[in-house]
Design a protein. Structure first.
Length: 399
């Protein structure tokens, strides 16, 4: 049978070359923001494009990922076991750490040389000290999930000379390594200006892992907060603020969801004689809890981004948050889709909570704008920024 002109003129479909990306991170078995965001990004790339995705782990041997990974994402376990260091006495930690670091460098170098990725992404853990010197041919990206001030911070509010000296020396070394990266990605414009000595900084926010199809009607007399029970999250400050709210509005409840030791907060709640306070465990279905709420509160002393704020907003819940470094000021448009409070000011935090409790129509208007405005962090939007960065680096057009 003779072919028609149309058939003979058809051009073969040429697929773009597969882009191989290797992510370096400690583990995926522990529930946390970094683990969830990495899982979201890896799944998106593996399922939506011509990407071959690998995640290289140092810890968590034999433990399944906490969040569901696409079967197209490949895991490589290097079995370094840095977690072992936490169980060792101080005098043993340094020599064991140095030995493990040498092993890690050797194994990671071998793995990357074998994989030959186009791009290697470090989540800026132990490999940052040597990753730019590995000769595997890949472009090197570092991504930071906290802000500069609190990177590798022990989350204490006290300091001393030795700690400050060590921190300065360590930061000087870190900056030297960061300068060698092809690109250094931070989560907020606020944090970008903190790295003024670097010329390779780019801002890409975290993607929302979930788009809510249903929203809170903002009628429930319930306020929600979420995060680990740690100094960083500032739940002690939130309880102080709640002590000024619960007496004025005894029909409202505050529910805090999180992982960790709640003892100190239970003691503080008793001391303050708080009413209608519920210190809950972490839940895998926070979005259900957001939709049961009318106000979300973030009392963090510092953040890398503040994903829980954006998550609540996607459910149509307005947020009241300390304007802490870094993230909340990038997420909340103050007075439009939520309210910002001077960092650490519990009196003002209580006032802003009371304001939203007492002004239902304003609360609903803010909630409606919140679910619209937060779409700038939608998965498709953020991942297109990553894809553009990858393409620009490989094409040599990234500024």
């Amino acid at each position: 049978m003779e072919r028609t002109n149309d058939e003979s003129n058809k051009q073969p479909v040429i697929l773009p070359p597969m882009i191989r990306i290797a992510y370096c991170t400690p583990s995926l078995h522990i529930p946390g923001g970094v683990e969830r965001v990495l899982t979201t990004k890896a799944n998106y790339l593996a399922e939506n494009g011509n990407y071959d995705i690998y995640i290289l782990l140092t810890d968590g041997k034999g433990k399944p990922p906490c969040y569901t990974l696409s079967p197209k994402v490949k895991i490589i376990q290097l079995n370094i076991d840095f977690e072992e260091l936490w169980e060792l006495p101080l005098w043993k930690k340094v020599p064991v750490y140095l030995k493990k670091q040498r092993i890690y460098r050797r194994k990671l170098s071998a793995a990357l040389s074998h994989l030959k990725p186009d791009i290697t992404v470090s989540l800026l853990r132990r490999e940052i000290n040597f990753i730019t010197s590995l000769k595997d041919g890949s472009k090197k990206i570092g991504e930071l999930h906290v802000n500069r001030k609190n990177y590798r911070n022990f989350e204490k509010d006290e300091s001393n000379f030795v700690k400050e000296l060590f921190a300065k020396l360590w930061m000087k070394s870190l900056v030297r390594h960061l300068k060698k990266l092809d690109k250094f990605v931070v989560l907020s414009e606020e944090d970008r200006v903190n790295w003024s000595e670097l010329q390779n900084v780019k801002v890409i926010s975290n993607p929302l892992p979930f788009q809510s199809g249903t929203f809170s009607d903002l009628n429930n007399k319930r306020i929600t907060a979420a995060g680990r029970y740690t100094y960083q999250k500032g739940f002690d400050l939130l309880l102080e603020a709640w002590s000024k709210v619960c007496d004025q509005h005894p029909d409202w409840e505050l529910h805090i969801y999180g992982k960790g030791d709640k003892t100190a907060y239970q003691v503080l709640a008793g001391k303050l004689k708080l009413k209608n306070l519920f210190l809950e465990n972490a839940t895998p279905d926070m979005f259900c809890k957001y939709r049961e709420s009318s106000i979300f509160v973030s009392s963090s002393r510092f953040e890398g981004f503040g994903m829980v704020i954006a998550e609540a907003m996607t459910c149509g819940v307005p947020a009241v948050s300390f304007a802490c470094p870094c993230g909340p000021k990038d997420i909340i448009r103050d007075g439009e889709d939520g309210l910002l409070v001077e960092n650490g000011k519990t009196e003002e935090l209580a006032e802003k909570i009371n304001y939203l409790i007492e002004n239902k129509q304003i609360r609903k208007e803010m909630g409606k704008k919140a679910r619209i405005n937060v779409q700038r962090f939608a998965e498709d939007v953020i991942m297109q920024q990553w894809i553009q960065l990858f393409n620009n680096l490989l094409n040599g057009t990234e500024q």
